[in-house]
Design a protein around this ligand. Structure first.
Ligand code: ATP
Ligand code: MG
Length: 569
């Protein structure tokens, strides 16, 4: 791709990206009467993914930045693939990201009458004709970038005949594929898109908004620029694959626009991410074949999947800001997105204790039947969020991995004869019996506690190397945890042309852990989507399927640094 270094350099000086720079210059020059109007144009044929989030941040973001407006326009020109389910999900996802189109919700299908009228006009002016050839024949006549195409034998029909045929196409007289309407431009053009592009095709499937009114539907290239024009869009921002379409975009806009106002197409690089796919066709296939649990499966790169997994809108927006907008294609690492998610969750997640793989600890010198409450910080990054109470008692759970009977050197967790701090509570010593079952698995670890080391007392200042998370056994609430990993196990599945992408799915992308133990506070506050940090484990959020009777938490992302490491500093 062409890198426009001059545009990018001057933009950098003002802290604007190159699209913002173009918009800024147009506004300065008073183009379009100083108006700024962008649009986000999803086709309602699937759920939005993180690539769309990049487009949304651009389209709505640039409008916000310069006091313009952004329309939401559904590009619903192919009734076969489109559905209201998708329309609704798209609106929800844009709102979740924090953008709003107010009352500017439009549909390309609203312009079908105007587009049809324009087609009739072009036919009358000898600029369009009905072609009776099959799509294969038409494709075979296209030529190559170095060889001119071949003119269709139907190219020189009279306007009267073309108009009559076009009307009859729309009346349903002909089968799908039997005829198309083509623009009569130039079969020898160096731009392949000018070689008599198809304007209309016959589709007999009912449309989700216009029903059976129409039997002919406009192609993207015959709909997009004109829809922009009808709506008053000034800057039509899209992705780089539309660069070669731009002259055709302008060609059709020329049929409508005058000097005072015309929409302008600007292209930026698509978002591509490692270890995932972004094609809606492939995502739909994963959903349809049950290879994931729906469009909002937390492993999907969809906005609804990321929301369900516990990503915050701010983290998605921060990631998109960070990668920026350029004029050349690149593959971005998913770990950049994960980094942005951790960063934001560290700021906003409520801390709690959960033991994933529990083993019982009995504090032999703690009175039986007694419970005391200890205070836990809700979020050390946001002290104003205060603390919550957590029960401590004689029987606790800790992580099985946090105890070793025969530890190596430098094992700072619990071991026979050793001491650890139970976070927020006491220092305990492993000085009792280690109970085991018939197979030799540890069932109970007997310890004693030092009452003078209660958190907050001077005795708690005593140095011990390890600090563990824990929950009180009698008070713990059981839950299921779903641990997610990357959906694919190759870096760039789209690149592996001779392998079926489904073969590259990561078989370990979902691990389910039953019987994890939560402190009561986590269970009481288990609202779907609320972000939590399970101390020393990772970030989690209750799933939408979670109920008080069966709590289910999604792991949003593992912690990079546990506070154990933090403490060693
Ligand atoms: P399809 O794969 O079906 O062509 P699409 O991914 O282009 O679909 P649309 O609904 O047509 O989906 O996209 C709406 C807008 O989002 C377009 O302006 C498109 O350029 C933009 N967009 C789509 N994918 C990406 C991406 N990966 N990065 C940035 N923008 C994207
Ligand atoms: Mg598209």
């Amino acid at each position: 791709m062409n890198v426009n270094t001059i545009e990018e350099e001057s933009a950098e000086k003002k802290g604007l990206n190159f699209v913002e720079q173009i918009v800024f210059d147009d506004l300065q020059a008073g183009k379009n009467g100083g108006r700024l109007n962008t649009r986000f144009p999803p086709e309602p044929n699937g759920y939005l993914h993180i690539g769309h989030a990049k487009a949304i941040c651009m389209d709505f973001g640039v409008a916000e930045k310069f006091g313009g407006t952004c329309n939401l326009r559904f590009d619903d020109t192919n009734p076969v693939k489109e559905d209201v389910e998708y329309v609704d999900s798209i609106k929800e996802d844009i709102h979740w990201l924090g953008f709003d189109w107010a009352d500017r919700e439009y549909y390309a299908s609203d312009y079908f009458p105007q587009l049809y009228a324009l087609a009739e006009r072009l036919i009358k002016e000898g600029k369009a004709y009905v072609d009776d050839q099959t799509s294969e024949q038409i494709a075979a006549q296209k030529g190559t970038p170095t060889e001119p195409g071949t003119e269709s034998p139907y190219r020189n029909r009279t306007p009267e005949e073309n108009l009559d045929l076009f009307h009859r196409m729309n009346a349903g007289e002909f089968e799908e594929g039997a005829r198309v309407l083509r623009a009569k431009i130039d079969m020898a053009s160096s731009n392949m898109h000018f070689r008599d592009p198809i304007m209309y095709r016959i589709i007999k499937h009912p449309h989700h908004r216009t029903g059976t009114t129409w039997k002919v539907y406009p192609m993207y290239d015959f709909a997009h620029g004109q829809s922009d024009y009808f709506e008053g869009v000034t800057h039509s921002i899209c992705t780089l694959e539309f660069v070669p379409h731009r002259p055709l975009y302008d060609y059709f806009v020329d049929e409508l626009a005058d000097e005072s106002y015309r929409p302008r197409q600007i292209e930026f690089n698509r978002l591509k991410l490692t270890y995932t796919v972004m094609s809606k066709r492939k995502l739909l296939q994963l959903v349809k074949e049950g290879l994931v649990a729906g469009w909002d499966d937390p492993r999907m790169p969809t906005i609804s999947g990321m929301r369900r997994r516990g990503f915050t809108p701010q983290s998605v927006r921060n990631f998109i800001d960070k990668i920026g907008y350029t004029k050349y294609e690149a593959l971005n690492s998913i770990s950049l997105l994960e980094h942005a998610v951790r960063d934001d969750l560290n700021r906003v997640a409520t801390r709690g204790m959960a033991v994933m793989n529990p083993v019982k600890v009995v504090i032999d010198n703690y009175p039986e039947g007694e419970t005391e409450m200890v205070q836990m910080e809700n979020n050390p990054e946001a002290p104003e969020t205060g603390t919550h109470a957590m029960p401590f008692s004689r029987e606790l759970y800790i992580e099985r991995e946090d105890f070793m009977e025969n530890p190596p050197k430098k094992f700072f967790r619990l071991a026979p004869g050793g001491e650890v701090r139970l976070k927020g509570a006491y220092i305990i010593k492993c000085d009792g019996e280690i109970e085991k079952d018939a197979d030799g698995n540890i069932t109970v670890i007997h310890c004693t506690y030092d009452p003078d080391t209660r958190s907050g007392l001077p005795g708690s200042m005593r140095k011990v190397k390890g600090t563990l998370h824990w929950v009180s056994a009698a008070h713990a609430v059981e839950a299921t945890a779903r641990l997610y990993d990357r959906l694919f196990n190759v870096e760039n599945p789209a690149e592996e042309k001779d392998r079926d992408f489904r073969e590259m799915l990561n078989p370990d992308s979902l691990k389910v852990m039953e019987g994890i133990k939560l402190e009561p506070f986590l269970a009481e506050n288990a609202v779907a989507g609320r972000p939590f940090q399970f101390q020393r484990i990772g970030y989690f959020t209750p799933d939408k399927d979670s109920t008080p009777e069966h709590l289910i938490f999604n792991r949003t992302i593992a912690l990079k640094d546990s506070w154990e490491k933090e403490q060693k500093k």
